[in-house]
Design a protein around this ligand. Structure first.
Ligand SMILES: *[C@@H]1O[C@H](CO)[C@@H](O)[C@H](O)[C@H]1NC(C)=O
Ligand SMILES: *[C@@H]1O[C@H](CO)[C@@H](O)[C@H](O)[C@H]1NC(C)=O
Ligand SMILES: *[C@@H]1O[C@H](CO)[C@@H](O)[C@H](O)[C@H]1NC(C)=O
Length: 294
């Protein structure tokens, strides 16, 4: 059954980029409306979704550093379900400051984590809640089932089509397997965790970047990068949030004010050449380069 699903998915994977980018969460399903209350959509000034994130405090969102398009161009939307349709549950907040991790390395994807301080607090209600984080350095055993959720983007022409949140359950893959020669061959750092089905077909994909991988009710991972989507040899690679728990706490307590205010400066392409192909390596899973590539 799973194999069949995978074959069906393979058949659906098209050669052209537009269809590919609409793949979103691979192998998953639509959760009931507003049941995943901690997820936020990061949207460009044109209202286009480009990354996911998690609400960790009424003033703070956790996402991936490669989702940093500069805060002037960014809107955080909580309580969303179908993009491009007003459902009455959405709350919009502009960033006040961005805190990409100072050690974030865009060539290795190491330390791919960023905190966003919101200019106005989000109201917690039936549709919006906070995501608990793991303790510093808390580990996960291989095989532990987790859930990743996210929205893809719209068409490359920038038009909005309603897109509903999707989610998929998949197991943690050990770092040794993920870092091995039949997989990412040494490109996995201790600040990353991997998750994916051994049969493939279940994965995060572009547009899911920054979004939450939740295990035991806590955000253990942030969608970071991968090689294609749903390939059994290449699980999805996530930022290991537990390695940054103390860092996040420090930022939130404003003890590291010197890294603030990244606004406006960094709307560059990360991997523009890599966005329309399923065979290239290490494509960061956001829309940023995708927009640039067109
Ligand atoms: C990123 O990592 C590579 C490989 O370890 C290293 O050569 C490079 O200097 C790093 N870049 C930054 C900005 O730290
Ligand atoms: C590992 O990273 C190197 C350097 O970025 C890259 O050339 C290589 O293709 C990567 N391999 C895999 C399997 O990710
Ligand atoms: C992955 O392999 C590389 C190269 O052998 C190594 O430097 C790195 O520490 C490994 N990562 C982990 C998480 O063990």
């Amino acid at each position: 059954m799973v194999m069949l699903l995978f074959l069906v998915l393979l058949k659906l994977i098209p050669a052209n980029c537009l269809d590919f980018v609409q793949g979103r969460i691979v192998g998953g399903y639509t959760p009931s409306p507003n049941s995943i209350k901690y997820i936020v959509s990061l949207q460009s000034s044109k209202g286009q979704h480009f990354c996911g994130g998690s609400l960790v405090h009424k003033y703070w969102v956790l996402t991936a550093a490669h989702c940093n398009i500069g805060m002037d161009q960014m809107m955080v939307v909580a309580g969303d379900y179908t993009l491009g349709a007003y459902e009455g549950t959405e709350q919009y907040s502009k960033p006040l400051s961005l805190f990409p991790h100072p050690q974030y390395n865009r060539s290795t994807n190491n330390a791919d984590i960023m905190l966003i301080k919101l200019s106005a607090p989000v109201e917690l209600n039936r549709y919006v809640s906070l995501a608990p984080l793991p303790k510093q350095n808390a580990g996960l055993l291989a095989g532990r089932m987790c859930r990743v959720s996210g929205w893809g983007s719209t068409s490359h022409s920038g038009g909005l089509t309603p897109l509903t949140l999707r989610t998929v359950k998949l197991p943690i893959v050990s770092n040794s397997k993920c870092n091995g020669s039949s997989s990412f061959s040494g490109n996995i750092t201790a600040n990353m965790i991997c998750a994916g089905s051994s049969m493939g077909g279940k994965d995060a994909c572009k547009g899911d970047s920054g979004g939450p991988l939740v295990c035991d009710g806590r955000v253990y991972g942030l969608v970071s990068w991968g090689n294609g989507c749903g390939d059994p040899r290449f699980p999805g690679v996530y930022t290991a949030v537990s390695r940054f728990r103390s860092y996040s706490d420090q930022i939130e307590q404003n003890k590291m004010a010197s890294h603030s205010q990244m606004g406006g400066s960094s709307a560059s392409c990360l991997h523009p050449a890599r966005f329309c192909s399923r065979v290239t390596v290490s494509a960061a899973r956001s829309w940023k380069g995708y927009e640039c590539a067109w």
